[in-house]
Ligand binder design. Structure first.
Ligand SMILES: C=C(O[C@@H]1C=C(C(=O)O)C=C[C@H]1O)C(=O)O
Ligand SMILES: [Mg+2]
Length: 467
C-alpha cells in the first residue's frame, strides 16, 4: 500500500450518494490523496489489465509535471463542426455543478479531464480515426499527479447515480486502487516491425509544388502540408513501450498518449499551444526548422543560418502575428519578444518565440484553445483559405495530429500542446504524421527532407525503419 494519509473518504462518498438520490441526478465524487512518489509510466502500465483503452498520459516539457489517467469515470465528446469547443465546455461545467470534493485540491489534482480535439472537424474520417470524435476528453477514474516539487497524488473520481449501492462501489474502487499503486513488474512482450511505408511521397511533393505556385500568385501566405507513414507490426503495438522510448529520447518535449477503445494517439511534441495557471498565460510560436549538426560548431552554425534565413523567418513571423493578435483579445496584457530564439530537440532545431500574457477575468483554458487553434504553425495564413487547401490537397485525415491535446481542470486551468511528432496506434499498425510550413519560396525536396527529420522521433519510438 502506498497511501500515506488515511482519508475520511467514505463518509463524504456516502454524502455524494445521498445527494445523487435526492437530486435524482449524477453526482461526481472526487477525492485526492497524497501517495508515495510513483513513476508515471509504472502507473500507466499498471492500468493496462484493468483499463486498456481508457488510459491517458501527459508529461510536460520540463519533465517534472506528469498526469496519468486510468479508466473512464465519464467521457465528454462532441462531433459538432462549429461548436465543439463550447459543447465540451458546457458538458464539463454542467457536470461539475453537483460535484463533491474531498482532500486538498492542488493544481493538477482533483477533477480534471484529459483529451483533445481533432485538427479539422470538417475533414472526412478515415478508417483509422473512427474511434475519435471532434472533441474527446475523459475524466479518469484514477489519476496520478506528479507535481514540480516531486510529490505524487492520487485522485479517485466516482460518478454516483441514484440506483447504485455505495458500499459495493467503494470496496471495488479501493481494491482497484490498491492494484494500481502496488508496483508489479510487468513483462511487456514487444512486437516486430514487418513493413514501413511512406504514403505517396512523390504525389506529396507534386502537390507541394502546385501549392507553392498558388502562394507565389499571392492566393495566400502560408499553408502547412502534412503526410503520413504507415508502420506494420506482427501484433498489436502497446502504447506503454512507445511512451517509454519517447520519454527516454525526447527530453524537451511534451509526452502524451490518449487511448480511445483499441486506438491510441501518442507523441512527443515540443510545441505548447497554451498553458493557463490562474491568470498567467504561456503560449508558443514555433515554426521554421533546420537539422542538428554533428559537432557543436556545426550545430551552432546551422542555428545561426536558421536565425537569419528569410524563408524560415517569414514562416515563423506569421505564427507570431496570429498568436499575439488572438491573445490580445483574451488577455489584459501580452508580452511578445521582438526576435525568435532557437529551440533544439534531439533531431531538429526550430525558431521559437515564447509568449506570455495575463488573462482577462472569467476566461478558461478551453477559451484559449478555441481561439488559438489552428495557428499558422499547423494551418496557415489566412486560416480559412489554408484549411480549405489542406482539406482538398492533403488527401488524408489528420485526426488528432497537429491538434490541441492536453488537460483542463474544474477552475478553467490547464495546458494544451500542439500534437505534432505524433502517431496513431491502431490494429497492427502505426500511422505517423509530419508536416511543413509552405511559403512562396519553399522547395518541395527541401520540405520533404524536413518531414523526414520530423518523423524520426516517432519512427525511433515505434521501431520503424526507412530506407
Ligand atoms: C507540422 C509540423 O511542425 C510544425 C512546422 C514547422 C516548420 O515547418 O518549420 C516547425 C514546427 C511546427 O510548428 C510537424 O512536426 O509535423
Ligand atoms: Mg518549415
Amino acid at each position: 500500500m502506498r497511501i500515506l494519509q488515511k482519508s475520511h473518504g467514505y463518509t463524504a462518498f456516502e454524502q455524494a450518494f445521498k445527494k445523487a438520490h435526492q437530486s435524482k441526478r449524477e453526482v461526481l465524487f472526487s477525492m485526492v490523496t497524497p501517495i508515495e512518489a510513483m513513476d508515471p509510466l509504472q502507473f500507466y502500465e499498471a492500468g493496462y489489465q484493468l483499463y486498456q483503452g481508457e488510459r491517458s498520459f501527459w508529461q510536460d516539457r520540463n519533465g517534472d509535471f506528469a498526469l496519468v489517467g486510468i479508466g473512464n469515470a465519464q467521457t465528454f465528446t462532441s462531433n459538432q463542426q462549429d461548436n465543439r469547443f463550447k459543447a465540451i465546455k458546457n458538458q464539463w461545467t454542467r457536470f461539475l455543478e453537483s460535484a463533491v470534493y474531498v482532500g486538498d485540491h492542488k493544481l493538477g489534482t482533483g477533477p480534471l479531464v484529459m483529451g483533445g480535439y481533432s485538427f479539422d472537424p470538417r475533414q472526412e474520417a478515415e478508417l483509422e480515426w473512427t474511434n475519435f470524435s471532434n472533441g474527446y476528453f475523459h475524466l479518469p477514474s484514477f489519476m496520478l499527479t506528479n507535481d514540480q516539487e516531486g510529490n505524487s497524488f492520487l485522485t479517485m473520481n466516482i460518478v454516483c447515480s441514484k440506483d447504485d449501492q455505495s458500499k459495493k462501489i467503494w470496496d471495488r474502487m479501493q481494491s482497484k486502487k490498491d492494484e494500481l499503486v502496488t508496483s508489479i513488474d510487468l513483462e511487456m512482450k514487444d512486437v516486430k516491425v514487418t513493413l514501413t511505408t511512406e504514403i505517396e511521397p512523390i504525389k506529396w511533393k507534386n502537390t507541394l509544388t502546385s501549392v507553392v505556385d498558388r502562394l507565389k500568385k499571392g492566393e495566400m501566405e502560408k499553408v502547412v502540408l502534412a503526410r503520413k507513414i504507415k508502420v506494420d507490426f506482427d501484433g498489436k503495438k502497446r502504447s506503454d513501450t512507445v511512451l517509454e522510448r519517447l520519454r527516454d529520447d525526447q527530453k524537451d518535449s511534451f509526452i502524451f498518449s490518449l487511448e480511445v477503445l483499441d486506438s491510441c494517439f501518442i507523441g512527443a511534441t515540443p510545441e505548447r499551444l497554451v498553458k493557463k495557471s490562474n491568470e498567467s498565460i504561456l503560449s508558443t510560436c514555433l515554426a521554421g526548422s533546420i537539422g542538428r549538426g554533428e559537432t557543436i560548431t556545426n550545430d551552432q552554425q546551422l542555428g545561426k543560418i536558421l536565425l537569419n534565413d528569410k524563408k524560415n523567418l517569414h514562416e515563423h513571423d506569421l505564427v507570431v502575428k496570429m498568436i499575439s493578435q488572438n491573445l490580445t483579445v483574451l488577455c489584459e496584457e501580452v508580452h511578445v519578444p521582438a526576435e525568435p530564439i532557437l529551440m533544439k530537440t534531439r533531431d531538429i532545431q526550430h525558431l521559437y518565440t515564447p509568449v506570455k500574457g495575463i488573462a482577462e477575468k472569467g476566461m478558461s483554458i478551453n477559451d484559449f484553445v478555441e481561439s488559438l487553434h489552428p495557428t499558422p504553425a499547423l494551418g496557415g495564413t489566412p486560416t480559412k483559405l489554408a484549411m480549405n487547401v489542406i482539406r482538398e490537397e492533403e488527401r488524408m485525415n489528420r485526426g488528432f495530429y497537429a491538434a490541441p491535446v492536453g488537460w483542463m481542470d474544474a477552475q478553467g486551468n490547464g495546458e494544451f500542446a500542439v500534437a505534432i511528432r505524433s502517431g496513431l496506434l491502431h490494429d497492427q499498425h502505426a500511422y505517423l504524421y509530419a508536416g511543413c510550413g509552405i511559403v512562396s519560396d519553399s522547395n518541395a525536396e527541401k520540405e520533404y527532407q524536413e518531414t523526414l527529420i520530423k518523423f524520426r522521433p516517432m519512427l525511433r519510438a515505434v521501431g520503424g525503419t526507412m530506407q
